[in-house]
Write a protein that binds this ligand. Structure first.
Ligand SMILES: Cc1ncc(COP(=O)(O)O)c(C=O)c1O
Length: 342
């Protein structure tokens, strides 16, 4: 029985063409700035997002954390959404690396609004921490791949300017937002001071993320990357995969989104599960368990029929579609799950 791995869009393996690009990549020592493939990737991504500069880093976690640290001072306050990746899955990074006080704001769908942020900006006085950074995640992982309406982003950016707050985007899956909305990557990310995006999620590269911004900001981040131990040498080998991914794999994301709907509709039709169909906007499907069963038991039973998923909580599990699962795989997954759980 074929295993259909829907745990994450990070489980993809490099295609033959991607491996060929890696095999033939020109390389040099990137800490000296000598790697032509890394330089090509950084120029390509900067241009794609309409910015001066970009920096190749090993992971999305490092990209987010370097952005926060570069643009902050210890004791500043960061406002972000309660379920965001950079607080829930980055091992207290904002506190450890940047000394930030984190204030988590609760939303229904992952979209911070200007109104909510405004209510949480502290008055400037001798007692209060300085509210200085706002971070958003688009699409939002733990809310099931939801998209923040671009109007909300624009309003937030205005508010940040008014109050001199730094505006950060965790855009690990901004590619999916681009594919789902048709808005350009430049338009989606223009309002931000710092941007992190992943090449190793829906685009299918084996490793790598990018920080994008002004030349001045990226030069500071380059120094921080060294401090984080993220200065890499002949990194063109992996940058070649990222370059291949960014040039060739954006167009496939629409398939991942339609496959996610196949899964969502199929599973929502069963008595055991419930899917908030309005939240199925990209390649992630959050499934609520209606039965008494705990997520861990459901995941174990799914694994026994060759379907892999992960838990968000005891009552909610996650499926993610990606390059390495086809429409037929998703239909097959629905059939197997219907048989086992229906
Ligand atoms: C929204 C979001 N941001 C950041 C990351 C971190 O990426 P990495 O696993 O490369 O550190 C992830 C990883 O899943 C993510 O989902």
């Amino acid at each position: 029985m074929k295993t259909i791995d829907l745990r994450s869009d990070t489980v993809t393996k490099p295609s033959e063409a991607m491996r060929q690009a890696m095999l033939t990549a020109e390389v040099g020592d990137d800490v000296f700035g000598d790697d032509p493939t890394v330089n090509e990737l950084e120029n390509f991504i900067a241009e794609l997002f309409g910015r001066d500069s970009s920096l190749f880093v090993p992971s999305g976690t490092m990209a987010n954390q370097i952005c926060l640290k570069t643009n902050s001072q210890p004791g500043w306050e960061l406002l972000c959404e309660r379920e965001c990746h950079l607080v829930n899955y980055e091992v207290a990074g904002p506190a450890v690396h940047a000394g930030l006080l984190v204030n988590l704001l609760t939303t229904d769908s992952g979209s911070l609004t200007a109104e909510l942020v405004r209510e949480n900006i502290r008055p400037k006085n001798i007692h209060s921490p300085l509210t200085k950074i706002v971070a958003v995640e688009n699409s939002h992982n733990r809310h099931g791949g939801t998209i923040i309406p671009q109007n909300d982003i624009v309003e937030l950016a205005k508010l940040c300017k008014e109050h001199e707050l730094i505006f950060h985007l965790d855009g690990a899956r901004i590619w999916n937002v681009h594919a789902a909305t048709g808005l350009s990557l430049k338009e989606l990310t223009e309002p931000f001071d710092s941007i992190s995006v992943c090449l190793s999620k829906g685009l299918g590269a084996p490793v790598g993320s990018m920080i994008i911004g002004s030349s001045e900001f990226i030069e500071k981040c380059r120094r921080e990357r060294k401090l984080f131990g993220g200065g890499m040498r002949q990194a063109g080998i992996i940058a070649a995969a990222g370059l291949y991914a960014a040039k060739n794999n954006i167009k496939g994301l629409a398939n991942d989104h339609s496959n996610a709907r196949i899964l969502a509709e199929g599973l929502n039709a069963l008595d055991t599960f419930e899917v908030d169909m309005d939240k199925v906007q990209t390649n992630i499907v959050a499934i609520y368990l209606k039965s008494e069963s705990k997520a861990a038991e459901v995941i174990e039973k799914m694994a026994s029929i060759g379907i892999r998923a992960v838990a968000y909580s005891e009552t909610k599990i996650r499926f993610v579609t990606h390059l390495d699962v086809s429409e037929d795989d998703c239909k097959e997954a629905v059939q197997r799950i219907s048989k086992a759980f229906g």
